[in-house]
Design a protein around this ligand. Structure first.
Ligand SMILES: C[S@@+](CC[C@H](N)C(=O)[O-])C[C@H]1O[C@@H](n2cnc3c(N)ncnc32)[C@H](O)[C@@H]1O
Length: 265
């Protein structure tokens, strides 16, 4: 059998879940993904040319293409590209002229320099398992953005996780590990290193925090349902989603943040 390193195993994992054709498998916390998408949409205009790196089942792209007339989703898993393209034809034929999906790697984006007004990533760069690879992907994103273009980065940090775990501890709840859900890896960002690295090429214009959603779904729900386990599809998470749309933050809690970077001119 061919030996696979942890990056290879992760790629294989994503190929397998793409084959299962279920868009919740790339975001078990689908309410949080909806909050991310809603947040990114506030930066999109009809003429904004968008690339979503690691687009998976295409969930965000289908929403972005309701506003923008030029959206590209890109993923390294062929099964994800096939599934999202199939969904485009079956469920969103009205978007065919505005959206397509390509196969490609975040480490070597298959696009010319200065090609996009906006690039997004939703929990993708944390699947690059070294800071070196993450920096390479950030450089690629920088290259493909136009001057003054924006990168809306939904990725997770150690600092945000630490705050969540401080509250988990306070209420004797099991802490969240930085290493993912067990069967596959992830590498969170150090917000400090990220800011330092991005400073050369970008201005950080905003950080969106989803603290209210994290508080209700990760602290209130587990306390409420104990001794049962918290679930992503619990009604309280739907309520959390509704509240967080209006009151997004609470104590800056939670590892997933939305960093909005504007490329220098
Ligand atoms: C957690 S899933 C998120 C998918 C999608 N953004 C969403 O929110 O549903 C991560 C996605 O990134 C893709 N991915 C991981 N590493 C990648 C890489 N180096 N280049 C391109 N895509 C990658 C995976 O195939 C997977 O579809």
């Amino acid at each position: 059998m061919k030996f696979l390193d942890k990056e290879g195993k992760l790629h294989q994992h994503y190929e397998k879940i793409g084959e299962l054709k279920d868009d919740r498998l790339t975001a078990f916390d689908y309410n949080l993904r909806s909050l991310e998408i809603e947040c990114a949409k506030s930066y999109i205009f009809p003429t904004t040319k968008i690339l979503d790196v690691g687009s998976g089942p295409g969930t965000a792209c289908f929403e972005y293409a309701q506003i923008s007339n030029k959206v590209v989703g890109m993923d390294y898993a062929q099964s994800m590209v096939d599934f999202s393209t199939e969904q485009l034809h079956l469920k969103h034929p009205n978007l065919l002229k505005r959206l397509h999906f390509d196969r490609g790697s975040a480490l070597e984006l298959p696009y010319d320099s200065n090609s996009f007004d906006m690039i997004t990533s939703h929990r993708v760069l944390i699947a690059l398992l070294s800071w070196e690879s993450q920096k390479k992907a950030l450089q690629e994103i920088t290259r493909c953005l136009i001057p003054h273009g924006i990168y809306v980065m939904f990725e997770a940090t150690f600092e945000g996780l630490e705050i969540l775990n401080k509250f988990k501890k306070m209420f004797n709840l099991r802490e969240v590990s930085d290493g993912g859900d067990g069967d596959y890896d992830r590498l969170l960002f150090s917000e400090k290193n990220l800011k330092e690295f991005m400073r050369e090429e970008f201005e950080l214009i905003r950080i969106h925090s989803f603290g209210m959603y994290y508080f209700i779904s990760r602290i209130l729900q587990p306390l409420f349902v104990a001794p049962n386990s918290a679930k992503y599809d619990h009604k309280l998470n739907d309520v959390a989603f509704q509240i967080a749309r209006h009151i997004p933050d609470f104590e800056n809690m939670g590892h997933l943040k939305g960093y909005v970077w504007k490329k220098n001119g």
